[in-house]
Design a protein around this ligand. Structure first.
Ligand code: UT7
Length: 336
């Protein structure tokens, strides 16, 4: 087996300018800032505005920033994976569009979709290419324009989601840093609780599906919450046990940002103080595949080489999992 590990060597994030506050949502649907804050922890979310703008436009901002920070030329990139549930179009892959827009010419690229768990699934997929020794520079970008599938007449879902993108660079290392372990799960029977009813091969788009508002997110909040709160905490504790990590050993938990109550419950089960948990849900809401890399981006200046970091996610499918990695560098890479 190769002794190469895949280490994150840079991270960059992007959120669009427009901020949709709880106060503005109060004017759109029957809700209150108090309800949204106490039930979810969210205060505002960023929304991508503009005709013809899609997920790739945010991903391009994140990837261009990443290339600059890591002094990488686009032609040096070997592989780009885009984690998204809101591709620019059904095909081609948004990863292909991003690669074209940033000038990545010597790579292959593809999308992955496992709902909110895609970013962590994609990170491990990418790490296997790096560990093979054949791929030296691999980009994973998590990007979602959730506003494109959010029904702004449905108060149960429209207060939750936002738009963002963030990208990481993975490179091989022989040092004791990088991705160490992961544990992932899927339970497809959970699909009934969280899905998009139309637009796929089972129910292609028609006037009827549009009239019935079936191209938006359908979520039964409570069952999803119940599964998320149990499974995200269970798998985070499992990854600790598998690697003989105590709560003292862990420097950071980077949880998917779906609901502050789910994040708090996971941190409690892991025995972690809140100051070890990356939380930015109050400013972004749930950006699906943007959440975890966006946290890494915002906390980059506090991360140190050798830090023990646990990433944990839960999403539609159901899908869930956790990664244990050792951070590979000190502080922020300057955007020179
Ligand atoms: O990232 C992918 C995975 N997704 C998740 O992890 C999401 C998991 N689920 C959740 O985070 C929560 O279930 C929600 C935030 C979606 C909802 O919170 P909840 O505490 O589970 O609320 P609920 O759905 O049980 O609704 C409670 C009440 C209902 O009213 P009644 O029936 O008790 O009169 C809802 O109609 O709150 C009402 N409600 C609202 N009220 C004000 C639902 N949405 C709103 C709203 N404003 N925006």
């Amino acid at each position: 087996m190769s002794d190469l590990k895949a280490a994150i060597t840079g991270v960059h994030g992007y959120a669009p300018d427009y901020i949709l506050t709880n106060a503005e949502l109060e004017t759109m649907v029957d809700t209150t800032d108090e309800w949204i804050t106490t039930r979810t922890g969210i205060k505002e979310r960023h929304i991508l505005k503009g005709e013809g703008k899609g997920t790739s436009d945010m991903a391009v901002e994140a990837v261009n920033g990443l290339l600059k920070k890591t002094n990488t030329k686009p032609e040096e990139v070997d592989l780009l994976i885009c984690a998204t549930v809101t591709p620019d179009m059904q095909f081609p892959a948004t990863a292909n569009i991003i690669s074209d827009k940033v000038g990545i010419k010597n790579a292959f690229s593809f999308d992955m979709n496992a709902a909110c768990s895609t970013f962590i699934y994609a990170l491990v997929t990418a790490s296997k290419y790096v560990e093979s020794g054949e791929y030296k520079k691999v980009i994973v970008v998590g990007a979602d324009k959730m506003s494109s599938i959010t029904d702004y007449t449905d108060r149960a879902t429209c207060v939750i989601f936002g738009d963002a993108a963030a990208a990481v660079m993975l490179e091989p290392t022989t040092e004791n840093v990088g991705i160490i372990d992961h544990k992932f799960y899927t339970d497809g029977s959970g699909r009934v609780h969280l899905h998009q009813k139309a637009g796929g091969s089972v129910k292609p788009a028609s006037h009827e599906t549009v009239d019935a508002r079936e191209h938006y997110i359908y979520q039964e909040g409570q069952p999803v919450f119940k599964f998320a709160v149990t499974n995200m905490a269970d798998v985070a504790v499992e990854i600790m046990k598998r690697n003989n990590l105590t709560s003292d050993d862990i420097n950071w938990l980077v949880p998917h940002q779906a609901n502050l109550r789910i994040i708090d419950a996971t941190a409690r089960r892991m025995g972690l103080d809140k100051n070890k948990v990356m939380i930015n849900i109050q400013r972004y809401g749930n950006t699906t595949n943007g959440t975890i890399p966006m946290c890494l981006y915002e906390w980059e200046d506090q991360l140190k080489k050798g830090d023990n970091v646990v990433l944990a996610a839960f999403g539609g499918g159901f899908t869930w999992g956790a990664i244990y990695l050792k951070w590979a560098y000190d502080g922020s890479k300057t955007n020179s």
